[in-house]
Design a binder for this molecule. Structure first.
Ligand SMILES: Cc1ncc(COP(=O)(O)O)c(C=O)c1O
Length: 368
């Protein structure tokens, strides 16, 4: 019996995006824009920073497992504290979901090329991981419903989706939900909720309150706190109660929790971040399409480009890097012919468009 189980041995470790300083050094650049990880280019929420600074005085004490943040979130969303969990990013909570609910013989079902974080977590549990192809870069919810079998335990849906940036509508979700047995847990990953919430087609999962749905959200994106590792989830109290048994007792850290509470109060920052992102999306969609790239319409803070081949995607990524623009090639997601570009500041976005217009890659005819 090998020391390392085969499903771990065959996993590939998460590859973090290239850092700004590393790229500056390697290519001798003074200005580099990191548009690779869907982070907020405006920095962290100022109110979050103030709350974090205040919290450090108590660092000699163990944190309270996210209780303060859970209470604030419960009040904000008109829930009970028992319906809320806080964790080390939404991925931290995802990891707890995998550990809490999956047994060896269970199956996980999701779309092809799903968010890489979920892929890694689910596969590391060694259970069967099944996928359904996209339909025009959208989740095929009807196809997923058809694929549910007696072994399916978790269906993972990201809305908006990473890496495509697309959403499914309330109507589509309602239709899907009718076909999901109660013994199947639906993870509704809403990491990009704030960017899509004003779209009338977007389903607000807060109104569902189904017993087998857990909603995950994060402070890593619009609130600019990816480095603090703080996220939260909502679900039926029975699900949360069991997750709390498995969660590390002292996650999230007290500083991360304070950041989350501070950020929730920062309406101005939220508003400004949304405006900058909307301008970026508009510019990217129009400018990249004009240059002959196929751009998937996005409801998040990034766009996905569909290139003609994996070689074109690699070439584009490389050429952009040499021009000081870091983007995300999507080979590890399972889409080697696609590249994802996050929106940045207005200046970053302008630089990205200029860099794109000077690359040797132009057309991507032939890919749907
Ligand atoms: C769909 C999706 N879910 C979750 C996450 C991770 O969020 P967190 O930083 O809260 O773990 C990301 C980050 O890229 C994401 O794209």
């Amino acid at each position: 019996m090998p020391l390392v189980p085969p499903y771990i041995e065959t996993l590939r470790p998460y590859e973090a995006g290239r850092g700004i300083e590393e790229v500056q050094r390697e290519y001798g650049l003074t200005r580099v824009s990191k548009l690779a990880s869907n982070e907020n280019p405006l920095g962290p929420s100022p109110l979050a920073l103030q709350a974090m600074a205040r919290s450090v005085d108590g660092l000699n004490l163990y944190p309270n497992g996210g209780l303060d943040l859970r209470r604030v979130l419960a009040e904000k969303f008109d829930l009970k504290t028992e319906n809320v969990i806080a964790g080390s990013g939404s991925e931290g909570i995802m990891s707890n979901i995998i550990r809490t609910f999956l047994c060896d013989e269970d199956e996980v079902l999701t779309t092809e090329a799903a968010f890489i974080g979920f892929q890694v977590l689910a596969k590391s549990r060694g259970v069967e991981y099944r996928t359904v192809p996209y339909r025009a870069w959208h989740y095929d919810l009807a196809g997923l419903a058809r694929e549910i079998n007696e072994r399916t335990k978790i269906v993972y849906l990201a809305n908006p989706n990473n890496p495509t940036g697309t959403i499914f509508s309330k109507h589509e979700f309602d239709d899907f939900y009718r076909h999901v047995p109660e013994r199947v847990l639906i993870i509704l990953d809403e990491a990009y909720f704030e960017y899509a919430k004003d779209n009338p087609r977007y389903p607000d999962s807060m109104h569902y309150r189904y017993d087998n749905v857990i909603t995950l959200r994060t402070f890593s994106k619009i609130y600019g706190l990816a480095g603090a590792r703080i996220g939260y989830g909502f679900a039926h109290e029975d699900l949360i109660r069991n997750l709390l048994k498995v969660k590390l007792p002292f996650e999230p850290s007290s500083v991360a929790q304070a950041a989350g509470i501070g950020a929730l109060a920062d309406r101005e920052f939220l508003h400004h971040s949304l405006e900058v992102n909307a301008r970026g999306l508009k510019l990217f969609s129009a400018a990249f399409a004009e240059l002959g790239f196929r751009v998937v319409p996005s409801e998040a803070n990034f766009v996905m480009l569909v290139l003609g081949s994996p070689e074109q995607a690699d070439q584009l990524t490389h050429e952009l890097l040499t021009r000081g623009i870091i983007v995300r090639p999507l080979r590890s997601f399972g889409l080697p012919h696609c590249v994802r570009i996050s929106t940045g500041t207005d200046e970053d976005n302008q630089r990205a468009v200029e860099a794109m217009s000077s690359t040797s890659i132009r057309s991507c005819v032939g890919f749907g």
